[in-house]
Design a protein around this ligand. Structure first.
Ligand code: MN
Length: 251
């Protein structure tokens, strides 16, 4: 499928504005999506308007080789293009909360392979996002070496797309949570974790893994790390019983 190019269009939320409440309120979503994200789309298009040579490039292509952008618009494209890319991934990676949802299959096996357990993964991505100084994002990415990594980026920076393929991110700018959680970033992260759309993350992982594997084989680098044999289990639940009960009282 051909990726979107200039003029970039503001994507609709894949659920109702109020659908993530009480974890993320309708007010937060409305302001975040309709105002802030739209602003990035408009400014990105504005920056690119007079540069027809760039109109055939996808957002990923623009952000992958920032050094190739004309100097006059490089900062504007990196900041606003990053703002568009990051928000699209963030909004698209969530869904209304449901108890049944957990990573499964190949993605679950890869999480256990790269992070030890579901619980270790959950703690690491939360700690990393919580520890991002000031504004930025927490990320789960697939490294070119075939393993998943967790990292944080500042402002609207994307991970180095020459090396990493983003699978999931979480916005830790204050505008993502302050209306509801004030300065309690960790409470917001706990709530966000319950909204992750693992089905989408799994699709991204499988596509990204195939892409990375193909490149490695082309370079003659041999096989990627193998995933565990047999069924991965979700017995190692994300939430303790106390946390599950507590969840329903999240503001
Ligand atoms: Mn944001």
């Amino acid at each position: 499928m051909k990726e979107e190019t200039y003029p970039f269009v503001m994507r609709c939320l894949p659920y109702e504005t109020y659908a993530l409440a009480p974890c993320i309120s309708a007010e937060t979503q409305l302001y975040h999506h309709d105002r802030l994200y739209k602003g990035y789309v408009d400014r990105l298009n504005g920056a690119l308007a007079n540069y027809p040579a760039l109109h055939g490039l996808s957002l990923r292509e623009l952000l992958k080789w920032p050094e190739n952008l004309p100097e006059a618009i490089r900062t504007a494209v990196v900041r606003n293009g990053g703002g568009v890319y990051n928000h699209q991934l963030y909004f698209d990676s969530m869904q209304p909360f449901c108890m049944e949802q957990d990573p499964k299959g190949v993605l679950l096996e890869a999480i256990i392979r790269d992070f030890g357990s579901l619980r270790d993964f959950r703690e690491l991505i939360k700690e990393t996002a919580e520890g991002q100084f000031a504004s930025g994002y927490g990320w789960l990415v697939l490294d070119a070496d075939g393993t998943m990594k967790i990292m944080a980026t500042a402002n609207q920076d994307v991970p180095d797309l020459k090396r990493y393929i983003p699978l999931l991110n979480v916005d830790v700018w204050e505008h993502a949570y302050y209306l509801q959680y004030q300065n309690r970033r960790v409470d917001y992260l706990n709530a966000w974790f319950r909204l992750i759309n693992w089905r989408k993350v799994a699709c991204r992982y499988e596509e990204a893994y195939a892409e990375v594997e193909e490149k490695r084989l082309l370079r003659g680098e041999g096989d990627l790390p193998t995933v565990f044999e047999g069924e991965a289990s979700v017995e190692d639940s994300w939430l303790s019983e106390a946390e599950e009960t507590e969840f329903f009282f999240v503001p």
